[in-house]
Design a protein around this ligand. Structure first.
Ligand code: A2P
Length: 313
């Protein structure tokens, strides 16, 4: 069996800050699951927790961080601006901090490059919804653009309420548009996107390298019900190391110098997902080549678009 150790590697953001390369994802974790997963993760040695307002679990995520006994400054915390709130990111960040019970986050991300019409709903997470008309059509905020959201987001680090800002789900075209805007003064620190061997995001990685934008991989295991976790070819490679396919996929992502954010609510999976091992180049290459036989697959693909912004193109 190969030697397994906990991941402790950190990468550098364009702000100069360090970011732990492996973090816990929390999408689709219920309140109770999120609390337990974050407590477990921090006990195991995770120092990076990825959250979002729309996940509706910032309250338990923050409570787990506070209850864990791990000093706040040792944990890298991310949350995200939901698309109903793009016209007022400062207020949205305040609401997230209040729910988290934290004075600051380490990274605040624009969740999608499209805005929805503002909608206030009841409860602890007002506005955390995808607004639709009576026919079920998503209500896009056609008079807004992500360059305007960014103009406001880039001001937030100076408030001390977030140490850095970035984006999610931006294509190269979206990023070029963002960087070219007259109002843009700050380069996003990261672009968090779906990434795994069937969606390697090579173009974004290259663009990120050129411009100092770190790529963070969400759904690195292929998301809910992932076919990757049942793939025979991946199983054969994982068997050689006596690791799980999940561990193989995570280590593949780490070897590509991306931040990797596997989600789990199972204690033993949370623990095993933190393990790193030496993945030989030829096995890394075989995982990379999987796309040649399986084809590209995007598992998270909403069809939201406005007259001037298209996702993923
Ligand atoms: P669960 O939370 O029930 O463990 P991704 O990070 O790509 O979005 O995928 C996470 C999916 O894979 C989740 O549904 C998660 O379910 C499952 N998962 C996470 N870690 C493992 C693991 N080590 N082995 C098998 N399935 C896992």
């Amino acid at each position: 069996m190969v030697q397994l150790t906990n991941s402790t590697t950190e990468l550098k953001l364009n702000t100069g800050a360090s970011i732990p390369q492996l973090g816990l994802g929390t999408w689709r974790s219920t309140e109770e699951e999120a609390y337990n997963a974050v407590i477990s993760a921090l006990k195991d040695g995770y120092r990076h927790i990825d959250s979002a307002a729309i996940y509706e679990n910032e309250i338990p995520v923050g409570k787990a961080i506070r209850d864990s006994g791990v000093p706040r400054e040792e944990i890298f915390v991310t949350t995200k601006l939901w698309s109903t709130q793009q016209r007022d990111p400062a207020a949205a960040l305040d609401a997230s901090l209040k729910r988290l019970g934290l004075e600051y986050v380490d990274l605040y991300l624009m969740h999608w490059p499209v805005a929805f019409v503002a909608k206030v709903t009841d409860g602890d997470y007002p506005g955390m919804t995808v607004p639709r008309d009576d026919e079920g059509k998503v209500l896009m905020d056609e008079d807004w653009h992500f360059t305007k959201t960014w103009e406001k987001l880039q001001e937030l680090p100076s408030t001390g309420k977030t140490k850095a800002v970035g984006v999610c789900n931006f294509s190269v075209k979206n990023l070029k548009e963002l960087l070219a805007a007259k109002t843009t003064k700050l380069v996003p620190a990261v672009n968090q996107v779906e990434s795994h061997p069937l969606l390697p995001q090579d173009e974004l990685l290259e663009f990120g390298k050129e411009h100092g934008i770190l790529i963070e991989a969400y759904s690195p295991l292929g998301s809910l019900g992932s076919p990757l976790l049942k793939d025979e070819e991946l199983q054969a490679i994982a068997d050689k190391y006596e690791v799980s396919i999940a561990q193989l996929l995570i280590n593949w992502g780490l070897k590509r110098n991306t931040v990797v954010l596997p989600k789990s609510v199972h204690k033993e999976r949370v623990e095993s997902n933190l393990k790193v091992f030496e993945l030989k180049q030829q096995d890394f290459d075989q995982v990379t080549n999987l796309i040649k036989t399986h084809g590209e697959q995007r598992f998270v693909a909403p069809d939201w678009k406005t007259h001037d912004v298209t996702l993923f193109e």
